[in-house]
Ligand binder design. Structure first.
Ligand code: PSU
Ligand code: MN
Length: 336
């Protein structure tokens, strides 16, 4: 502020505390489109720790009935660890924050007319009054709109293999770049180009930290990807401190807290590599494109590993829910 006159400086300091400044482009949604459940509303009013959860993993990421079983377990794990779960999904064109059990069962069972809703899909799904499973990108925007800085998922989308020519880069990375929310995940699947995904996150201003002392950015099924995270956080308190700074400094971008899958549930990366190569090749041969690629490869991998990848997927998201809830609790106890 050195170039301003003292009068101008005085004026700046007299400005009211700025929230969601128009200078910074943050993803945020008008509350008119959002219905908040009673449980989540109470938690918000009482400033209790809350964790938001995405729902594309329920509608498109996992087969039935594992998807609904896992979704219920994850909500309970968040509660057991002292936070309120807020599963975000779209029901008949309304964005729901916190969904009741019946709705969750329905979304997990009936796949027709249920859209995998990434950020760009929102106007369509809302205007057609459809149901939608929200990807990380959409869930981030909604989470920020209601002021919840912690979100939990299994894995984030990323730069796809061959993305340097196809330009298939998940909207998750773009939203992370303009939404100050911490995403607790197990890194990104090695169906993606992890090296370029990390580069892209750096460009977007997204801090990436592996949880624990392992340098590697985790590769979802495997604890190691062969690529280092720029940072580590050893405890949930340390992670909470990052999110606290993110909020109070009014940064534009989010943070990725990458939690390696528990050792006993991990699948070594060399074992996954062949399976993934086949899946990517088959997707290319069949001409699978765009938003259908991730779900296609996920189900192919689940079949090739005879369900082992699915139980790994369940284990890691359960673990992420516990870590995410603890971070939310620690964050609520911090005041800067
Ligand atoms: N990775 C997974 N499981 C998932 C997804 C990613 O291991 O279910 C879902 C998430 O909802 C993520 C989305 O936000 O896929 C990314 O899709 P795309 O690559 O089309 O952006
Ligand atoms: Mn894509």
């Amino acid at each position: 502020l050195g170039y301003l006159s003292s009068k101008q400086k005085g004026y700046i300091h007299a400005l009211p505390q700025r929230r969601h400044s128009s200078i910074i482009r943050q993803s945020s949604m008008n509350h008119e489109f959002i219905d908040v459940s009673d449980e989540v509303r109470c938690a918000l009013l009482e400033k209790k720790p809350i964790v938001t959860l995405e729902s594309a993993i329920i509608t498109h990421g996992m087969p039935h009935p594992t998807n609904v079983e896992t979704a219920f377990q994850v909500q309970n794990i968040v509660r057991q660890n002292g936070a309120t779960p807020a599963t975000i999904a779209i029901v008949k064109g309304r964005i729901k924050v916190g969904i009741d059990d019946e709705t969750l069962l329905h979304l997990g069972e009936v796949k027709e007319n249920t859209y995998k809703t990434s950020y760009r899909d929102l106007p369509f799904v809302l205007s057609q009054k459809m149901n939608g499973g929200t990807t990380v990108s959409t869930t981030l925007a909604v989470s920020n709109s209601i002021g919840v800085p912690v979100m939990v998922t299994g894995g984030i989308g990323g730069v796809h293999r061959g993305g340097e020519t196809t330009m298939d880069v998940s909207a998750d990375l773009i939203e992370l770049g303009c939404t100050p929310v911490g995403v607790v995940c197990s890194g990104a699947k090695s169906i993606l180009d992890i090296e370029r995904t990390l580069e892209y996150l750096e460009t977007q201003g997204v801090l990436v930290a592996t949880f624990g002392s392992n340098k590697d950015f985790p590769a979802f099924y495997s604890r190691k990807s062969g690529f280092s995270s720029p940072y580590n956080v050893k405890t949930t308190e340390e992670a909470a401190k990052l999110l606290d700074i993110m909020r109070h400094s009014e940064l534009r971008s989010g943070i990725v807290i990458a939690v390696p899958v528990p050792e006993s549930n991990s699948i070594p990366s060399d074992e996954m590599e062949d399976i993934i190569k086949n899946a990517v090749q088959e997707a290319n041969q069949k001409g699978i494109k765009g938003k259908d690629i991730t779900p296609y490869i996920l189900s192919h991998v689940a079949k090739s590993t005879e369900g082992r990848s699915l139980s790994t997927n369940v284990a890691l998201i359960q673990n992420n829910a516990a870590v995410g809830a603890k971070i939310a609790v620690d964050l609520s106890e911090l005041c800067l």
